[in-house]
Design a protein around this ligand. Structure first.
Ligand code: PMP
Length: 402
C-alpha cells in the first residue's frame, strides 16, 4: 500500500521551525484552563489595542466599499505615506515606487530572501536571531552562517562581532541579516557598528537584509537606521511594518523598501502569492502614519517604565546577569550561574518554572544555534507592571529556594 499523495509533502516543509515558543504557550494555556494564574513572558506583541482612529479608518473604508484588489505593490497613497515617513524620520530619499506594501513585515522579508538567496548561497545571521531568517534561508536552499554576538556582560550587553562577520565571508556569501533593535536581546546596535557593517558589505559586495520592525521601541542608545545611509540603494533591502508600532499584529501590514528596478520585479512574486495587502487595512495604514503619533509615544513611555521594572526586579535575583535592553520589548538575561547551581539546562529551567511557578520564559535555545542560547532566557515586557513584578517574584522564589 502506497502512502496517500496528500501525505508526501516535501521534507523541506516538514523541517521548518514555526513560532518558537509554541510548546510553552500551549502548556501555559492548559495551566490557565485548570485555573492557575499564569504569567506569560513569552508574548511577542504589544498588549495595547490598535489606536481608535486607525480602527475607525478601516471601518470607514469598509463602509465605503473599499474591498477590492489593490495594486500589487499597495495603494499609491500608502506607498507615498511610507516614503514620506521614512524620509522625514530618517532623512532618507525613498521614493514611493521603491516601496512594496506587504501582508506584514514577514512577507516583506520573505520577498527579500526569495529575491536574492539561491541554493548554495550563504547568509550570515548574527546569533541569537529571530527564527525566520535561518528558516527561510534553508527553505530557499541557502545555508545560514551563524555568527554569535559578543556578550559584554550585564552593563554593556551585546555587540555585533564585526571581525567574526568579516571572517565568515566566503565567495558564496550572499547577504548579511541585520535586525536592529534586536530580537531577542534588546540590543540597539550603535551608529558605529552599522556604519562599519555597511563598509564591510560595500568592500565585499554583499547585500544587507535589514529588519527594523522595532525601530520605534528605542529607549536608549544611538539608533541609526540603515535607510538613512546615502548609498542604501546599492546594498540594502529594508523591511519594516505596522505590527509593533501601532499594535496591529493581526492586521498584517508591512513593507519592503528596495531600489525601483527590483521593486517592480518583486511585485511579480507578490502577485503569485498574495496579490496585495488587504485593501481596507492599507487605508488604515495611511491614517496610522499621517495622524498624530501621541498614542504611540504614550505606549513607548509605558514600555520604558516596564523595562525598568523588569530589569530592576531581575537584578535582585541572585545569579541572574541582566543587560538593560535599549530597545524592543524583550530582555535576555544570562542565567548561567543559576543553571550551574541547579544542575539543569535552560530548557529544563523554562519547563520547571512553568510547571512549578506558572511563569512562561523562553529558553535562548529557541533563538540560537550557538552558546548564546544555552544560558540565556528571553522575557517580554509586553504586560502590566504588576504582572511583571509578580512574575519576577515567582522566578526569584524558584531560583533562590534552591
Ligand atoms: N521581525 C522581527 C524581528 C519580529 O520580532 C517580528 C514579529 N515577531 C517580525 C519581523 C514580524 O512582523 P510582522 O507581524 O509585521 O510580520
Amino acid at each position: 500500500m502506497h502512502s496517500p499523495p496528500t501525505m508526501s509533502i516535501r521534507n523541506i516543509i516538514d523541517a521548518l521551525r514555526g513560532e518558537t515558543g509554541f510548546i510553552y504557550t500551549a502548556k501555559a494555556r492548559e495551566l490557565s484552563k485548570k485555573g492557575f494564574k499564569v504569567i506569560n513572558f513569552g508574548v511577542g506583541q504589544p498588549d495595547f489595542p490598535t489606536p481608535k482612529h486607525i480602527v475607525e479608518e478601516a471601518k470607514n473604508a469598509l463602509d465605503k466599499g473599499f474591498t477590492g484588489y489593490t495594486d500589487v505593490a499597495g495603494i499609491p497613497e500608502l506607498r507615498q505615506a511610507i516614503a514620506d515617513y521614512l524620509n522625514e524620520r530618517y532623512n532618507s530619499d525613498v521614493k514611493a515606487d521603491e516601496v512594496i506594501v506587504t501582508p506584514g513585515a514577514k512577507a516583506a522579508l520573505f520577498l527579500a530572501f526569495a529575491a536574492y538567496v539561491k541554493p548554495g548561497d550563504e547568509v550570515i545571521i548574527p546569533d541569537p536571531s529571530y527564527y525566520m531568517y535561518p528558516e527561510i534561508t534553508k527553505f530557499l536552499g541557502g545555508k545560514p552562517v551563524y555568527v554569535p554576538l559578543k556578550w559584554m556582560g550585564g552593563d554593556k550587553g551585546f555587540e555585533l562581532d564585526l571581525n567574526s562577520i568579516e571572517n565568515s565571508i566566503t565567495s558564496r556569501t550572499r547577504a548579511i541579516v541585520v535586525n536592529n533593535p534586536h530580537n531577542p536581546t534588546g540590543a540597539v546596535f550603535s551608529q558605529r557598528e552599522m556604519s562599519k557593517l555597511l563598509e564591510i558589505a560595500m568592500e565585499r559586495n554583499i547585500l544587507v537584509i535589514v529588519d527594523e520592525i522595532y525601530d520605534n521601541f528605542v529607549y536608549d542608545g544611538d539608533f541609526k537606521s540603515f535607510i538613512s545611509f546615502n548609498n542604501w540603494r546599492d546594498y540594502v533591502v529594508y523591511a519594516n511594518g505596522f505590527s509593533k508600532t501601532f499594535s496591529m499584529t493581526g492586521w498584517r501590514l508591512g513593507y519592503l523598501v528596495v531600489r525601483k528596478e527590483v521593486a517592480s520585479k518583486l511585485t511579480k512574486l507578490a502577485v503569485n502569492i498574495w496579490t496585495c495587502a488587504t485593501s481596507f487595512v492599507q487605508k488604515a495604514g495611511v491614517k496610522a502614519l499621517k495622524n498624530s503619533w501621541d498614542s504611540v509615544r504614550e505606549m513607548i513611555e509605558t514600555f520604558k517604565r516596564r523595562r525598568d521594572v523588569m530589569v530592576n526586579e531581575l537584578r535582585k535575583v541572585s545569579g541572574v546577569e541582566v543587560f538593560k535592553s535599549k530597545g524592543t520589548f524583550y530582555v535576555y538575561p544570562n542565567i548561567e550561574k543559576v543553571l550551574k547551581k541547579m544542575g539543569i539546562d535552560v530548557e529544563t529551567f523554562a519547563n520547571r518554572l512553568l510547571d512549578e511557578k506558572h511563569v512562561v520564559v523562553l529558553p535562548g535555545t529557541l533563538f540560537s544555534e550557538t552558546e548564546l542560547g544555552k544560558t540565556f532566557i528571553r522575557l517580554s515586557f509586553a504586560l502590566g507592571e504588576e504582572l511583571i513584578a509578580e512574575g519576577i517574584k515567582r522566578l526569584r522564589e524558584f531560583v533562590e529556594r534552591l
